[in-house]
Design a binder for this molecule. Structure first.
Ligand code: ATP
Ligand code: MG
Length: 390
């Protein structure tokens, strides 16, 4: 038996050309999300439907509910735009849940004003019809055991009982392409998710310090990318070894500037990768005030190492909110695994919280930055991390 899912998306702020692009991109992303499930995605006016074989319903619901731009989804029954057909379908749906559920309300919504009955009228007529068939059914407008929703569309009507929220936001890829600086921490995966939610496609870049850090910390970056890929289908993951950069910084530079200098090198490397891949912005998990490298002064001095736009989606969030988000997107448990990160090596005892750009730049003149970058880029490895498929 084929089943059908009705997909709703946000309409606010969608005007003119933007609307067309939004719908086109969402259409593509929905098709990609249900690839391999023998499903068909159809664009209607203001809605999409996804239909496929019954045995894939759960997978379809799961995938579609994770597509950015989707506001909510429902498993629906579709009928002709005819009141008698709608009544029959309503009775059939109720026959499946009655008498377990016996208090109800009808929630009709008429998008198509050509349909001759206004919504309150549909509510009344359908309610009366169902009570005639099932006299023990009771209308309860405030706390019904089930709500039978009816959407009068332009070509057909949809009836359904459930409604699952989607992530909202904008279809991925519509606002541009970005590079996520992905550590093994709690923050950067959450930042990547928010960037995707705002319509950015995301590639990830992880810096490691093998052999000073274990392979497990790199596997953690792969695992986190896999969790993000649940929402994006796939994530190109770039890895760069910064062990020799760290060694050189440690031997050539004041210890208290170590983190600042390393971060500046990371941004330079990230900019090189972006240029190569045609990516337009960097995304970090930086948040104001958490650690020494996240004072306004430090963020400022670090960002001056690149001319690229740096987006910091978490900037204004509390740690609590970030943790809740990380739990919701299922990255938290992986993030808290205790493998060392390259930044936790050689941590200065007294890191500067108010670095001065003149001093940092003067210290950097001791370094052969071009060579250090070139060597590090030589270690670049890229893998495409895919969503685990059914
Ligand atoms: P996170 O939880 O993401 O590690 P954090 O709160 O620990 O963030 P920092 O350690 O100051 O903050 O790192 C700030 C940001 O710098 C990270 O969110 C990430 O975007 C980037 N970053 C730090 N370390 C790495 C790394 N090893 N590889 C890639 N990016 C990194
Ligand atoms: Mg960190």
């Amino acid at each position: 038996m084929p089943v059908k899912i009705l997909v709703r998306y946000g309409e606010i702020a969608l005007k003119g050309k933007n609307r067309g692009q939004f719908e086109q991109r969402l259409h593509q992303n929905l098709k990609a999300a249900v690839k391999g499930l023998s499903a068909e995605v159809v664009r209607l006016r203001g809605r999409f439907t996804v239909s496929g074989p019954d045995e894939y319903l759960d997978q379809m619901l799961e995938s579609v509910s994770r597509v950015f731009g989707v506001v909510s989804i429902s498993t629906v029954q579709e009928t002709e735009l005819d009141l008698d057909r709608i009544k029959e379908m309503a009775a059939e749906i109720v026959s499946r849940i009655f008498p377990e559920l016996r208090t109800f309300k009808i929630a009709a919504r008429r998008s198509n004003k050509k349909f001759p009955y206004p919504s309150p009228e549909i509510n009344k007529l359908l309610g009366a019809h169902l009570q005639q068939l099932y006299p023990a059914l009771e209308v309860n407008l405030h706390q019904p055991a089930f709500i039978l929703a009816v959407e009068i569309g332009f070509d057909t009507a949809f009836l359904y009982l459930d409604r699952t929220a989607g992530p909202g936001g904008l279809p991925m890829g519509i606002t541009g392409r970005s590079l996520l600086l992905l550590s093994g921490g709690i923050d950067s995966p959450a930042a990547g998710w928010l960037a995707m939610k705002r319509g950015l496609s995301v590639e990830a870049l992880h810096f490691h310090s093998y052999p000073f850090t274990s392979r497990r910390s790199q596997e953690k970056a792969v695992e986190l990318s896999r969790k993000l890929a649940v929402y994006s289908g796939k994530i190109p993951l770039h890895m760069i070894n910064v062990a020799s950069i760290q060694k050189e910084l440690r031997s050539q530079c004041p210890e208290e500037l170590g983190i600042i200098l390393l971060r500046r090198m990371m941004l330079r490397l990230a900019s090189l990768v972006s240029e190569e891949r045609g990516l337009q912005a960097l995304v970090t998990g930086e948040n104001l005030g958490q650690v020494a490298s996240q004072t306004l002064e430090s963020i400022n001095v670090i960002s001056k190492a690149t001319g690229m736009l740096i987006l910091r989606p978490l900037l204004s969030m509390d740690k609590r909110e970030i943790i809740d988000l990380a739990r919701m997107i299922d990255t938290y448990d992986t993030s808290i695994l205790p493998y060392e990160d390259c930044c936790t090596l050689f941590v200065p005892k007294n890191p500067t919280t108010k670095p001065k750009i003149e001093i940092v730049e003067r210290v950097e003149t001791r370094l052969d930055i071009a060579r250090m970058l070139e060597e590090a880029i030589g270690s670049l490895e890229t893998t495409i991390v895919k969503r685990v498929v059914w």
